[in-house]
Ligand binder design. Structure first.
Ligand code: NAD
Length: 441
């Protein structure tokens, strides 16, 4: 570390990835600056509070109080930091193509502050140069083509010569209380061998095991492979669920039996459709880039097709369940349990629950939802007509209950006295708690 820098690193984008990562560095003794364009997040951190359910406020408060973690929206403070780690969103645009504009805007915002000045400039060797690391999931080539270009243009410096550049993907597992940032091995790739060394030096302060790879592209490709692997395997079990279901075989029972094989098998679970910031989106980053090389991505497309069709399967099961009690979907009241895309978290991004609400309402149903972690639906680009709708009580009368997320509360609830059908897309209700009319979907 150089003598006169105020921060060891600045984390840009204090969301589901940036906040826990920043806290981990702070806990490891680094001085961390969090930068975000959202003033509400800055305010919360300054007040020592957490805005992410699975991150305890005490963790934020302790690091802020110790002077190791602070937050700001003033990007010129990058000037005072040894390294910059970028954790901004990488969504798809409305044509389902990569939108790396958040990365590029961040690059433009930090480029003017990459130059080391005064005393710091005098420091010999690679450790005297600023390090920029991209963590956002993206296609191979983003770091060494797109980000590099913006940084060089805005700074007048040369990447790999005047500043270090690297890519290191995030492996956050939201909602898993056993998941500890420090314990998850971290893949790192540098633009040059010196860039890699500098990135290893930084991450080595907070992460126990590093996995160096030969380039930023290899690191970018590793993250995509991990998520494509999940998407394809989830599609496979979703397809098997439908096939086995029509044969009268319970896919969940089959998975439990199959996973006793001590080698060559890894369980994946079916569901009402994909959700979250990663699995529904990231594979299509590769699809887009592969076109440049003339390759179709058939597995990715097929998995996308199957997973996207799952809400239709659920709607069909809801129709059957209502039919069994002499009711049509049109005019029926449905209580949907769970808006978050995954159990026990408050993240509702890309949640299949939204698709289910929209599909059922387009058929004339009236859908209420209950989710203890999503009290009100925020405005999003995709589901703006639902914005403002509020979570109702779990006891709200309805013609059918539909479980979309396996929150602990829903798993441990006793539905045995429920007089209406219950459709369970997660196989989460214990046999003794199931009502007479219980349907898997
Ligand atoms: N959420 C996950 O579990 C997860 C896991 C692995 C990888 N990722 C990847 O990590 C990246 C970030 O994901 P996330 O879930 O943390 O997103 P997020 O939406 O929770 O957080 C992103 C943050 O960046 C801020 N931001 C947006 N534009 C900015 C800008 N120009 N300058 C500064 N801040 C800006 C937003 O205000 C927000 O606080 C994405 O590429 C995602 O694919 C996410």
């Amino acid at each position: 570390m150089t003598q006169d820098s105020k921060f060891d690193l600045a984390i840009i984008g204090l969301g589901y990835v940036g906040l826990p990562l920043g806290l981990q560095f702070a806990k490891s003794g680094c001085r961390v600056l969090g930068l975000d364009i959202d003033p509400a997040k800055i305010k919360e951190i300054e007040a020592g509070r957490s805005y992410i359910r699975h991150i305890p406020a005490e963790d934020v408060a302790a690091q802020v109080k110790a002077g190791r973690f602070s937050a700001s929206s003033d990007f010129s403070l990058v000037h005072e930091s040894e390294a910059v780690v970028i954790c901004v969103p990488t969504p798809l645009n409305k044509n389902r193509e990569p939108d790396i504009s958040y990365i590029l805007k961040t690059g433009e915002a930090i480029a003017p502050y990459l130059k080391l000045q005064g005393e710091r400039r005098e420091v010999e060797g690679s450790m005297g140069k600023k390090l920029v690391v991209l963590e956002s999931t993206t296609y191979p080539g983003t770091t060494d083509e797109d980000l590099k270009k913006v940084l060089e243009k805005g700074s007048g410096l040369k990447a790999g010569v005047d500043f270090h550049l690297a890519f290191s993907p995030e492996r956050e597992d939201p909602g898993n209380p056993q998941s500890k940032v420090a314990e998850i091995p971290k893949v790192v790739g540098g633009l040059t061998p010196a860039c890699l060394e500098r990135a290893k030096e930084l991450y080595g302060k907070a992460i126990k095991k590093l996995v160096p790879v030969s380039s930023t592209r290899a690191a970018e490709a590793t993250k995509l492979m991990e998520n494509i692997f999940r998407s394809v395997n989830i599609a496979l079990v979703n397809e098997l669920k439908i096939i086995y279901g029509s044969m009268g075989i319970d896919i969940w029972e089959v998975i439990e039996a199959a996973k006793t094989k001590p080698f060559g098998f890894m369980p994946f679970y079916p569901g009402p459709g994909l959700g979250g910031h990663c699995i529904p989106i990231d594979p299509f980053y590769l699809t887009w880039k592969a076109r440049e090389y003339g390759h179709p991505t058939r597995f990715i497309e097929l998995a996308g097709e199957i997973n996207t069709a799952m809400p239709d399967h659920v709607v069909a099961r809801v129709g059957e369940a209502l039919n069994s009690v002499g009711k049509p979907i049109k005019g029926s009241k449905i209580l949907l349990l769970g808006l978050a895309y995954k159990a026990d978290i408050d993240d509702d991004r890309e949640s299949p629950s939204y698709i289910l609400i929209e599909k059922l309402e387009s058929k004339g149903a009236q859908v209420d939802y209950h989710d203890p972690y999503v009290p009100v639906i925020r405005k999003t680009r995709e589901h703006s007509p639902l914005a403002g709708r509020k979570s109702v009580s779990m006891d709200t009368p309805s013609d059918l209950v539909l479980i979309s997320t396996a929150h602990e509360q829903f798993k441990s609830h006793n539905y045995a006295d429920l007089r209406t059908p219950l459709v369970d897309t997660r196989n989460c209700v214990l046999p003794q708690y199931r009502p007479k009319s219980y349907w898997q979907a």
